[in-house]
Design a protein around this ligand. Structure first.
Ligand SMILES: [Fe+2]
Length: 195
């Protein structure tokens, strides 16, 4: 790859296409959902890796091949792993990839531990929950809580759940290019870097 231009262009192409792809039964496109999630993260004072994980958390729905396993009409199965692995291959570090990987587990955790959470899920999110293993068991909850990513996964989930407002005006994909570039550069220069 020449520098970090190719991964950013690959992402830009996926998200341009996502402008017209519906977000699994929700009232916003995949692109609008991603941009709203990133904007909410930024407005909350999140660090750069968190903002990028919010932007990219559903990339697994966009990058998967036509032969990927699907949850009926509700997106790509294990899209959190598909997305995290894709981002890792593009050159992002664990600060982005592991946050993306945990965002479905966070839904399963919240549904299991906060009685009102299931009622607040959108209908589409309730349907995909069934495909994703349903509420976490107690051992799964303890493992989730003991992860160093736990708080971060829950924050990402809160932005994800809120990023479904039809017609909301937020900054576009280009607004995140400097962050994308910086994450990929720091990763290339220091493969142990967090972003
Ligand atoms: Fe999402």
């Amino acid at each position: 790859m020449t520098g970090n231009r190719e991964p950013i262009e690959a992402l830009r192409t996926l998200y341009q296409r996502a402008e017209t792809s519906e977000y699994i039964g929700e009232a916003v496109s995949q692109l609008a959902h991603a941009l709203q999630a990133a904007h909410l993260a930024r407005a909350s004072g999140a660090d750069d890796a968190e903002v990028l994980s919010a932007l990219l958390h559903d990339v697994g729905h966009l990058c998967a091949g036509s032969d990927a396993a699907r949850m009926g009409g509700h997106g790509v199965a294990s899209h959190e792993d598909v997305g995290a692995d894709y981002l890792g291959a593009l050159g992002f570090g664990p600060g982005v990839c592991e946050r993306v990987r945990g965002h479905v587990a966070a839904k399963r955790y919240l549904v299991a531990t906060r009685p009102d959470h299931a009622a607040r899920l959108s209908e589409a999110s309730r349907i995909t929950l069934e495909h994703q293993g349903g509420p976490m068991s107690e051992p799964e909850q303890r493992a989730f809580e003991s992860s160093p990513w736990c708080d971060s996964w829950l924050r990402l989930r809160s932005w994800d759940d809120a990023a479904k407002v039809p017609g909301l005006a937020v900054p576009g994909f280009d607004a995140y290019e400097p962050l994308l570039r910086a994450a990929l550069v720091s990763r290339r220069e220091d493969p142990g870097a967090g972003a």
